[in-house]
Design a protein around this ligand. Structure first.
Ligand SMILES: [Zn+2]
Length: 295
């Protein structure tokens, strides 16, 4: 009895300490779900990362292995795809070059997939030479279209944003886009600010909003309940970045970057978003980098 009580208190305490909603604690580690209203678009989630894959009659187009720190994660993803279809995995698209999203591609390569990424991602990956992240077989520029088994997938580079290699992956027929890290859905930005180009990101999000799509699959589950994003979410994130920028601009031009500005910087309007407390220092520091000494 006392042990049961202790365990439940311990679990509750741990959940509080990690600042994660109870629901996140109860989720299975791995989950594959078909996107409502589509015949063949799936979301594969591993922990707090997720990616999109599409099943066509001639094979599968997968994205981001999301297996950083999970030696079996790539194979687990391949196995999840095999539960849905016996078609071969033809393509693996890297959203950008960060390992938390793209480590684990070997299982896909072994399954015969061709790996595609933006050319800036390829350049970084060549330098970094990570043992868990196979190099792309093909590097793209501003646009590439993959056509397979009746599905069209566009890989669009709309300028630097979060990283200098981030693609917008669009399914024109389904009006779905997969965008990783730049446009969080219902959550406050955080560590992704470390490799982030503030002003270029504003232009990027405007271009994303101008595209034809209805739902956005983010690289981390949306809040609440893993929901997908809409253009209103993209507009809200753009407003948030602009608010953060103008707030820090005042502090930076008053000569308060770094320490003083980081202490004073608040975005009370967004305090209710999940991740606010943890993410605020990352947002502050990045915008201090812009307004305190030049990006
Ligand atoms: Zn990233």
């Amino acid at each position: 009895m006392s042990r049961v009580l202790f365990t439940s208190i311990g679990a509750a305490l741990l959940a509080t300490m990690l600042s994660m909603p109870a629901q996140a604690q109860q989720r299975p580690q791995i989950e594959t779900k078909k996107v409502d209203g589509t015949d063949n678009v799936y979301i594969f989630r591993n922990g707090n990362h997720q990616s999109m894959f599409v099943v066509t009659k001639d094979g599968v187009i997968a994205t981001d292995p999301i297996a950083y720190g999970r030696p079996n994660g790539g194979q687990q993803y391949v196995d999840e795809i095999k539960k849905v279809t016996d078609k071969p995995i033809k393509f693996l698209v890297y959203s950008h070059h960060h390992f938390d999203h793209i480590a684990g591609g070997k299982a896909f390569k072994d399954a015969g997939a061709k790996i595609i990424a933006h050319k800036n991602a390829t350049a970084h990956l060549k330098q970094l030479n990570d043992p868990h992240t196979p190099l792309p077989d093909e590097s793209t520029g501003n646009k590439k279209v993959i056509s397979l088994g009746g599905t069209t997938m566009e890989l669009l580079f709309l300028g630097i944003n979060h990283s200098d290699s981030n693609l917008v992956i669009r399914l024109p027929k389904e009006k779905i886009i997969f965008v990783v890290d730049t446009i969080p859905v219902g959550t406050f930005p955080g560590r992704g600010m470390i490799d982030f180009f503030p002003l270029e990101t504003e232009a990027f999000i405007e271009k994303v909003i101008a595209l034809d799509w209805e739902r956005l699959i983010p690289g981390h589950p949306g809040a609440p309940n893993g929901r997908l994003g809409t253009k209103d979410d993209a507009k809200a994130v753009l407003a948030l970045y602009r608010d953060a920028s103008s707030e820090m601009k005042k502090l930076g031009q008053a000569g308060k970057c770094w320490d003083e500005a980081e202490k004073e910087f608040k975005l009370e309007k967004y305090a209710g978003l999940p991740g606010y407390a943890n993410g605020l220092p990352f947002v502050a520091r990045r915008y201090c980098g812009l307004w305190g000494r030049g990006t």
